[in-house]
Design a protein around this ligand. Structure first.
Ligand code: GLN
Length: 188
């Protein structure tokens, strides 16, 4: 079964993207909602809010435990990717899951380019419509982290085992390929 973390952000768009692939995703708001899940999507939104709520609802520890034992695959988009990171540059106190071995830089494209669309070349998939909204980039990648796409030489899609994280928002496009790729990765 597949879940979408539904605390804040664009979880409905992820549910819709999965529905287009014939998958009915479960909304996750409490630790008990993780029962039986093989895959969890963490949406875009506001990473500080997502982090605070996840901690408050006991989801931070419960998700981390499952990821560390290898039973749960994660796909984080934008704020979701920030939440997954081990390090958030400039925000050492921000609550996070801390499982993806990267340092992430929030709002890395600057305030003057708050949002933009750019085609990114995804390894194995080809050109993909990248929707970037106050997007982060991945820096200081750990050894097990593979770069699947870059923009202007900066990593914007990375993978570490069953963890997938993007700076951009595939859920805001009609293109199902990254969601499908994640389901394959998760073995769903
Ligand atoms: N910049 C936001 C943050 O740091 C993320 C933006 C997004 O998810 N589109 O939380």
């Amino acid at each position: 079964m597949v879940g979408v973390l539904a605390l804040q952000g664009d979880f409905r768009e992820h549910k819709e993207a999965l529905r287009r692939l014939g998958v009915e995703a479960k909304e996750v708001r409490k630790p008990e909602h993780l029962e039986g899940l093989k895959a969890l999507i963490v949406p875009g939104g506001e990473s500080t809010t997502i982090g605070k709520l996840a901690r408050e609802y006991g989801l931070e520890g419960a998700v981390r435990e499952r990821v560390e034992e290898g039973s749960l695959a994660l796909f984080g988009t934008c704020a979701g990717a920030i939440w997954m990171a081990k390090e958030i540059l400039g925000y050492p106190e921000q609550p996070r899951l801390g499982v993806l071995d990267v340092a992430v830089e929030r709002n890395a494209f600057g305030r003057q380019v708050e949002s933009f669309e750019e085609v990114v070349e995804v390894r194995g998939l080809g050109p993909f419509p990248g929707v970037f909204i106050r997007a982060p980039v991945f820096r200081r990648l750990g050894e097990g982290v593979e770069v699947l796409a870059e923009l202007g030489g900066l990593p914007v899609l990375v993978r570490q085992g069953k963890l997938l994280a993007s700076s951009f928002h595939p859920e805001l496009t009609e293109d199902p390929r990254l969601h499908r790729h994640f389901l394959e990765l998760a073995g769903v």
